[in-house]
Design a binder for this molecule. Structure first.
Ligand code: HEM
Length: 264
C-alpha cells in the first residue's frame, strides 16, 4: 500500500454513556458478547501495546469543563473505546451499542481516524515517538484521560509550513531560546504517558465536531506529571500553539475489565 498524508491507518471511536439515576438496566446489556462476536481484544490486559482490533472500558473518576460546551462528554459516566483497521468493524460496534443503549440511557459517539504525522521530521520522530510509552496493562497504567480539541480558524488559515514551526522551539538571532514549542514543552510526557490522537475524518472538522480526540494513559505515580504536561502546553509563553486551541472537557477515567464493571 502506498501511504500518503491522506491515508487512514486506523479507525477509532469513543462511545460515551450517560447512565442517569438508575444504571442497573445498562449493566445487563450484552456489550461484552458483542465485543467477542466482533473479535475485539480487551486493552485491559494488554502486554504488547494496542491490540489490532481493540476495546477498552473506562469508568469516570471526574470531569472538568473546557472552553467548548459538550454535554455528551461532561455527562459521561462511562466511555468505551473501540479501534480497528476496518471502519466497518468500528462502525458495527458503535451502531450496535447505540441501539442497545438507546432505550435506557443517553449516548454520544466521537469517531476519528489515525493518519500519518504531518509535521514530524526524522529527528522529531526520534524525540517524540521512538521512545514513547506504549500501551500497558491497566494494572500498570490504570488512569485514562480523554481531552478533545479544536483549533481556531486563524490556525487553519496558516500555511502548513508556518503551523509546523509551533512544534519546535523558537530561537532569537543570538541563539537564545524564546519558547519551547509543543514537543519540548511536553517532553516530560514521553517516557510516562501513553498517547493516542484521532483526527476528524475531515480537517478542519465540520462545525460542532472536534479536530482532535486526544487520549492518554498513565500509572498512579504519573497523574501529576500528566497535569504538568497539560499545564506546560497551555502556557502560551512556553507553547504559543495553544493560543489557537479550544479545549473540550477533560474526562478522567479508570480502566476497568468489562462493560458490567462500568455501572456496578
Ligand atoms: C507527552 C509528550 C508529547 C509530545 C512529545 C508531543 C509531540 C507532538 C508532535 C511532535 C506532534 C506533531 C505530530 C505531527 O507531525 O502531525 C504533536 C501533535 C499533537 N499533539 Fe502532542 N505531544 C505530546 C503531548 C500532547 C498532549 C498532552 C496533548 C494534549 C493535551 C497533545 C496534543 C496534540 C495534538 C492535538 C496534536 C495535533 C496538532 C496538529 O496537528 O495541529 N500532545 N504532538
Amino acid at each position: 500500500m502506498t501511504v500518503t498524508l491522506d491515508t487512514i491507518l486506523r479507525y477509532g471511536a469513543y462511545v460515551c454513556v450517560h447512565a442517569g439515576a438508575d444504571a442497573r438496566p445498562l449493566a445487563g446489556l450484552p456489550v461484552d458478547a458483542l465485543a467477542v462476536r466482533l473479535g475485539l481484544t480487551n486493552e485491559f490486559a494488554t502486554t504488547t501495546g494496542h491490540p489490532a482490533d481493540a476495546i477498552a472500558f473506562l469508568r469516570r473518576v471526574n470531569v472538568t469543563a473546557g472552553h467548548l460546551d459538550d454535554a455528551g462528554l461532561l455527562g459521561a459516566d462511562a466511555v468505551v473505546h473501540v479501534a480497528s483497521d476496518a471502519a466497518s468493524k468500528r462502525d458495527a460496534f458503535c451502531d450496535e451499542v447505540a441501539r442497545l443503549v438507546a432505550p435506557v440511557a443517553a449516548c454520544a459517539i466521537y469517531r476519528g481516524v489515525v493518519r500519518p504525522t504531518l509535521y514530524t521530521s526524522g529527528a522529531m520522530h526520534e524525540f517524540a515517538y521512538a521512545h514513547q510509552r506504549t500501551q500497558e496493562s491497566a494494572a500498570a497504567m490504570p488512569h485514562a484521560f480523554m481531552l478533545p480539541l479544536k483549533k481556531t480558524p486563524s490556525w487553519w488559515q496558516k500555511d502548513w509550513m508556518e503551523r509546523q514551526t509551533y512544534f519546535l522551539p523558537r530561537f532569537d538571532d543570538t541563539g537564545r531560546m524564546i519558547n519551547e514549542g509543543h514537543a519540548l514543552a511536553a517532553a516530560a510526557g514521553v517516557p510516562s504517558l501513553m498517547r493516542r490522537t484521532y483526527k476528524n475524518a475531515t480537517m478542519p472538522a465540520p462545525d460542532g465536531e472536534y479536530d482532535f480526540l486526544t487520549y492518554f494513559e498513565c500509572a498512579n505515580a504519573d497523574v501529576p506529571n500528566f497535569h504538568a504536561v497539560c499545564a506546560a502546553l497551555r502556557d502560551s509563553s512556553r507553547n504559543p500553539e495553544w493560543r489557537f486551541v479550544q479545549e473540550g472537557p477533560l474526562w478522567h477515567g479508570r480502566r476497568v475489565p468489562a462493560w458490567a464493571s462500568l455501572f456496578g
